[in-house]
Design a protein around this ligand. Structure first.
Ligand code: MTE
Ligand code: MO
Length: 171
């Protein structure tokens, strides 16, 4: 290989890395906007739907009680406000009955897999936006929202995904 070929190869690689960095930056910016605007992206299974806070509220706001286990603190009961996750999909006109699972993704990269069977349960998995009557708040204010998945049956709260920005449907 002569010197010229090596230089051209290095330039081509640098260009590829640059393009990927650019695309990635754009994707991170989109997620950040979704988080700040209190929106949620429903993706996967050929779908790409953005839901606003107004949409989500109108899907059927409900108060429910759940035990939060925060790290370093004893479990404590709170009143949450939100929408039963299966109702959100039903009202958005998305049939999840025959799907495999949902991947819930947060702004910090935390991801939680939810089995369809548990999602279809009656009083278990919610998408919440208030705790004890107050908004959950976002990551920057030390809150756990704007949206958080609450799994009433998960007694250690590990799968209670905070700062939800995307729910991906897996076939
Ligand atoms: N987005 C996001 N959600 C998350 C986590 C996280 O790191 N990021 N940690 C989980 C864990 S391990 C616990 S115990 C609960 C409660 O977290 P807290 O101790 O910050 O209240 O949130 C869960 N949800
Ligand atoms: Mo935890």
């Amino acid at each position: 290989m002569n010197k010229r070929t090596v230089i051209i190869m290095i330039l081509v690689l640098a260009l590829i890395v640059g393009v990927f960095a650019f695309i990635n930056k754009d994707m991170i910016k989109d997620k950040k906007e979704i988080h700040e605007n209190a929106e949620i992206l429903i993706s996967g299974s050929g779908k790409e739907v953005k839901l606003t806070f107004k949409d989500i509220k109108e899907f059927g706001e409900k108060d429910f009680v759940a035990n939060l286990k925060s790290s370093g603190k004893p479990a404590r009961e709170h009143k949450y406000t939100g929408v039963l996750l299966k109702n959100l999909f039903e009202k958005a006109g998305i049939d999840i009955k025959d799907k495999n699972q949902l991947s819930v993704k947060a702004i910090d990269g935390y991801t939680v897999a939810l089995g369809i069977d548990e999602v279809l349960e009656n009083n278990n998995i919610y998408l919440a936006y208030k705790i004890d009557g107050k908004p959950l708040g976002n990551k920057e204010d030390g809150g756990s929202g704007p949206y958080q998945i609450i799994i009433r049956k998960d007694q250690f709260s590990q799968r209670w995904c905070k700062h939800v920005v995307e729910i991906e449907i897996n076939d």
